[in-house]
Design a binder for this molecule. Structure first.
Ligand code: DP6
Length: 372
């Protein structure tokens, strides 16, 4: 497939107004996306667990403009409050996707969004937020095409597979990691030879057998620092240009995906723990060795990591961690070990979280349309 496959036929836009709601989850990468080319094309493949509890719920209302002009018209609300500061990001998103959604300038949109996790938690909301909006926009496109089919203006609408692919494709243009939030439970984004069907254009479901242990894997997110990110991910990705270790890092991501394929099949948790922790530390190593350089881990991040390592050594339990581009720690473990591990988290790790805050999540199955 190419980008051109996502340019729709010309439709009549025979619908005056409507309203649609989607909820879409966040995801946590095991193999990290860090570095991108033009048009949100990743420098390396990544793989993520789709989460179950951390979601964005977005309602998109649309009404046809009386006079069509050459501008996008939209308002965005978070928890009922108008958010002028969100507008530039949505404006950029609309500019990037206009070619693929030619109805965008015909309507005024009201975007009402809320998260099931606190906005100030330091959990990135761009993946769930952009994927929820992309899904809403795809539903508008589907309604327009369906109306045209009924009117006899076009022959056919599209199927669910195309809907998901295009939703992921659009979400990617909003935020790279968002393309991995449309479906569950394990998603690959970025072309790599060991994963059949993988593409730079959108996320695909991991197409190989997965051991039972990974079907309900647990992710307890320890909120070490709830402040705004010091470095936006876009700036961080750009620092991979001319980065002295970039090429080796990109190559390593391909190798790690290949290794994960057999780890996920056999359920080799020791190898899994080593691979995801190495990926997390490599991500942060890239940030520490870029120019300018930066450190996003906090003292409590390191304290938690050391305690996880000690506990694993002492008990032999399969606890490991991964990190986003921030100080928070995602503690990963199989469900069958959750009793002891959760007790350890409460006894020894929660004290290192800001205000003792943490979120218990587990692998989930992707986005849902909400009907009223
Ligand atoms: C560290 O998807 O937030 O979370 O494409 O610029 O919006 P943009 O970047 P974004 O980057 C996420 C990077 C990461 C790793 C990952 O999720 O793979």
């Amino acid at each position: 497939m190419t980008e051109h496959d996502f340019i729709p036929p010309i439709y009549d836009a025979n619908i005056d107004q409507g309203r649609i709601t989607w909820e879409s989850p966040s995801n946590i990468a095991l193999v990290k996306y860090w570095g991108k080319k033009k048009d949100q094309i990743p420098e390396n493949p990544s793989l993520s667990f789709t989460l179950n509890m951390c979601k964005t719920i977005t309602t998109l209302s649309f009404i046809k403009k009386n006079d069509v002009d050459n501008a996008f018209s939209f308002d965005i609300y978070l928890d009922g409050a108008l958010k002028e500061d969100f507008k530039p990001k949505i404006q950029t998103f609309f500019e990037r996707i206009e070619l693929y959604l030619p109805f965008l300038k015909l309507y005024h949109f009201k975007i009402e969004t809320k998260n099931t996790f606190p906005h100030s938690s330091g959990i990135a909301s761009s993946a769930s937020g952009m994927s929820a909006l992309a899904l809403c926009l795809m539903s508008v496109e589907k309604q327009l095409l369906d109306a045209d089919v009924i009117a006899g203006a076009v022959e056919e609408s599209f199927d669910q597979e195309y809907f998901n692919q295009k939703a992921s494709f659009l979400a990617r243009l909003g935020s790279g990691s968002a393309c991995r939030s449309i479906e569950g439970d394990l998603i690959v984004w970025g072309e790599t030879k060991s994963i059949e069907g993988s593409t730079d254009l959108f996320g695909v479901k991991f197409p190989y057998p997965v051991h039972e242990d990974f079907k309900e894997y647990q992710d307890t997110i320890l909120l070490v620092d709830k402040g705004e990110k010091q470095v936006s991910s876009t700036v961080g990705h750009n620092l991979m240009h001319n980065h002295p270790y970039a090429q080796n890092r990109f190559e390593q991501a391909h190798q790690n995906l290949e290794s994960l394929k057999s780890i996920l099949k056999t359920g080799d948790l020791e190898a899994f723990n080593a691979l995801v922790e190495s990926e997390a530390l490599t991500l942060h190593a890239m940030m520490m060795t870029s120019m300018p350089y930066f450190i996003l881990m906090k003292p409590n991040t390191l304290e938690i990591i050391n305690r996880i390592w000690n506990f694993r050594q002492e008990t032999g339990l399969n606890i490991s961690f991964t990190l986003d581009a921030g100080a928070n720690v995602h503690v990963l473990y199989p469900k069958r070990e959750s009793q002891e591990i959760l007790q350890f988290i409460k006894d020894e790790l929660v004290g290192y979280c800001q205000n003792g805050h943490y979120i218990c999540d587990q692998i989930g199955f992707g986005a849902n349309q909400i009907q009223f």
